[in-house]
Design a protein around this ligand. Structure first.
Ligand code: COM
Length: 501
């Protein structure tokens, strides 16, 4: 460390990236200091991952109650007075506090990582001041996160315009909400608010969930249609109108001006890295406001690292935390590199969730030519399936995709709503090239599937695993059904459907 430094590294920001980085650094034998103004764990438990997990559970409950109400043995449930604001209140009162306590206890007490609480002021790359106290570190790691990107349009500052940050703060349920931006935050929010009797419209300038497999997108948007969530793609938002508060959103679609009345607007057009605190250090900043780093999370300034969202996309918890770990290793003298291959993606779309890793079918066809699909369900679907009805002639829709408790139930109470899973295989090498799922709880499997993709796992290897039947993603048992084929063909011809939402 050298006598002039008190710490091997000052971790500026104790969010997911900084907290994990500092903990890893300490575990490696280093002496880290975290500088944090608000909470350890950053936005995760305040308004992002943990909050969204909680709020999705609440929304799932509402959506499932609506679906099951009065069916079979379920009592009739009156959902006219349910409240998203009430759900948010519970999280504010209990969730945020409990998580904050746990993060603090785990970091300071259990892991023994020192934290300087307060607003940090970076004096230079080795000196940070917090509440008038000077801390000296040999290295500086910037983990200041990101913030919602705001469009520069009229009315953006009107009361009633919110972002994911304001979601846990909501005190009153809106009646009509317009969501600007149909990426994974916007689409997730649409699915989370709609169950609470809020009329939701999503306006997306280009394409919603553009990187997702078409079948998964179709499944989600077909379900949105059934639930009354409106989606507009290729629409350009011009202005948010209102006298003193939000009253409508004005947008242009195919040259035509449209107005969407609403009492709330959720902006979700992307994220902007919080790179500003690092600028005086002379670090290079990219076009998206991100701190530019190499594979080892080093900036261009020796001894200064950047991790998490502050270093730009992919904006994903695992990447944030792993950037922290890689920076810690390099500070400790290793030569560690980030690996951005096969990063999974996930969206809560209560009562289901969607997860994917690897290539979409379109990408796989482009790269490998013919590919084999191991998928259920597939083929034509009943036009407007009614709950609790059996549809003869749609036998491919009858295969359940199920996870915890809801999805098998959904099969019986809303045929063709329970999910879709799809593995894509290169028939020549018999290796998987992508996994996709929409259903109940498959994300746990995807943590491991991403690794199996990376190591070139084959259909034959998958067939040798031990499934615990019924499970959320079916890949083991479905693969076993076809793995005996010398020339891998998968199931018999699968019908390729047009977009139908
Ligand atoms: C979780 C936050 S709430 S962290 O990633 O564990 O720090």
């Amino acid at each position: 460390m050298g006598p002039q430094y008190e710490y091997d590294a000052i971790w500026f920001g104790g969010g997911a990236a900084g907290r994990f980085g500092a903990a890893f650094h300490k575990a490696l034998g280093g002496k880290p200091l975290i500088v944090e103004e608000h909470h350890l764990g950053g936005e995760c438990h305040v308004c992002r991952c943990a909050f969204e997990n909680f709020f999705s559970d609440q929304a799932s409950m509402a959506e499932l109650m609506r679906l099951y109400s009065g069916k079979s043995w379920y009592p009739k449930i009156d959902l006219s007075n349910i409240s998203a604001a009430k759900a948010a209140e519970l999280y504010r009162e209990v969730g945020q506090r409990a998580f904050a306590d746990t993060m603090k206890h785990q970091t300071e007490k259990q892991l023994g990582v020192e934290v300087a609480w307060g607003k940090g002021n970076i004096i230079d790359k080795n000196i940070v001041e917090v509440n008038g106290k000077i801390y000296k570190g040999k290295n500086l790691v910037i983990g200041t996160g990101s913030r919602p990107t705001m469009p520069n349009i009229l009315g953006i500052n009107l009361p009633g315009v919110m972002t994911y940050i304001d979601h846990p703060e909501m005190r009153k349920d809106p009646k009509k909400m317009v969501i600007i931006g149909g990426g994974k935050i916007g689409i997730g929010k649409a699915a989370m608010f709609a169950p609470f009797n809020i009329e939701v419209t999503v306006l997306e300038k280009y394409t919603c969930l553009p990187k997702w497999d078409r079948d998964i997108r179709n499944f989600i948007f077909r379900d949105f249609k059934r639930r009354g969530i409106k989606i507009y793609e290729g629409i350009d938002v011009k202005e948010i109108k209102g006298k003193g508060k939000v009253e409508s959103v004005v947008a242009e679609l195919d040259g035509e001006i449209m107005e969407f009345p609403c009492d709330a607007v959720m902006v979700s057009i992307g994220l902007t890295p919080n790179s500003e605190p690092a600028i005086p250090l002379g670090v290079k900043i990219g076009k998206g406001n991100e701190i530019i780093i190499d594979e080892g999370c080093r900036t261009n300034v020796p001894g200064v690292y950047a991790i998490g969202d502050a270093a730009g996309p992919p904006y994903f918890m695992a990447i944030a935390r792993k950037r922290g770990m890689i920076a810690a290793k390099n500070i400790a003298g290793e030569d560690a590199k980030m690996d951005y291959s096969f990063v999974p993606d996930h969206i809560y779309i209560p009562p289901l969730e969607a997860t994917c890793v690897g290539l979409t079918e379109a990408e796989a066809r482009e790269k490998y030519g013919d590919v084999v699909l191991i998928q259920v369900p597939w083929g034509p679907k009943p036009e407007d399936p009614k709950p609790e009805e059996y549809y003869p002639g749609f036998e491919n829709q009858g295969l359940p995709v199920c996870g915890r408790m809801h999805t098998l139930n959904l099969l019986f109470y809303g045929q063709n709503r329970n999910g879709l899973v799809k593995a894509i295989v290169d028939p020549k090498s018999r290796k998987y090239v992508g996994f996709h799922s929409v259903g109940d709880g498959a994300k746990t499997a995807f943590q491991y599937l991403s690794y199996l993709l990376k190591i070139g796992w084959t259909v034959d290897q998958m067939a040798n695993l031990h499934e615990i039947f019924l499970n959320a993603e079916h890949f083991i048992q479905l693969s076993r059904l076809v793995a005996g084929q010398k020339e891998l063909k998968g199931f018999a011809a699968q019908v390729y459907l047009e977009d139908d939402f």
